[in-house]
Design a protein around this ligand. Sequence first.
Ligand code: ZN
Length: 253
Amino acid sequence: KVPNIGDFVSLESHVICNLCAYCRTGRGHICQNTRLIGVDRDGGFAEYIAIDAQNAWVNPPDMPVEIAVLQENFGNAVHTAFATDVTAKKVLVTGCGPVGIMTIAVARAAAARSIYATDVSPYRLDLAKKMGADLALNAIKENVVEQILAATDGEGVDILLEMSGAPSAIEQGFALLKTGGEAALLGVAPGPFTFDWNHHIVFKAARVYGISGRKLWETWYQSRGLVRSGAVDLRPVVTHRFQLEDFEKAFAT
Ligand SMILES: [Zn+2]
């Protein structure tokens, strides 16, 4: 829907060129001329922003504001989970930050057979369970590989959704990925690290997908469908509410 004056909108932060080969072949999410709101141009936390109409996603007027603001990050979760076919599969989500726990909710909505989650924060692991994880493991205190192998009859998982970027979690995730499995990677690693390429990918015949942003605009339509149908309830993700002027306090929380 083209935005009109007075519409309630959410923003896609990737402003794409619409002219390059990627944009012209339906892959605007990897447009190399992308300018990011709040990074390449002003506006991330401004009270007012001038934005191209195409980047304004028109929300239903009755959508709660705290759900509307989550949609872009939720899109990362949807893009990652839907990069593979999680239905009836055993899925491991490494990293339970906001996007990780929303990814769990998407996998649950898509009828994953079982969902395993790892993180280092007990608070986030509790949220992961609330959002649909069958087993949420503390990677510091528990033997993740041993426990998930035990839970999967020694087989490991069909699908790895890597949301942490932590080399130790990536190692565990690929160690648990079954031969012929699929991995979708959204987490950004702190830098180059040692990785068992042969055993984790080549000999395993794994299929690995790097995930960037949201598909424009397929992911937005999928996200809307999941939320409006009630298949995904994002309300548990909203743990605190702050006024805009208290943003520093919010970040510190
Ligand atoms: Zn482009």
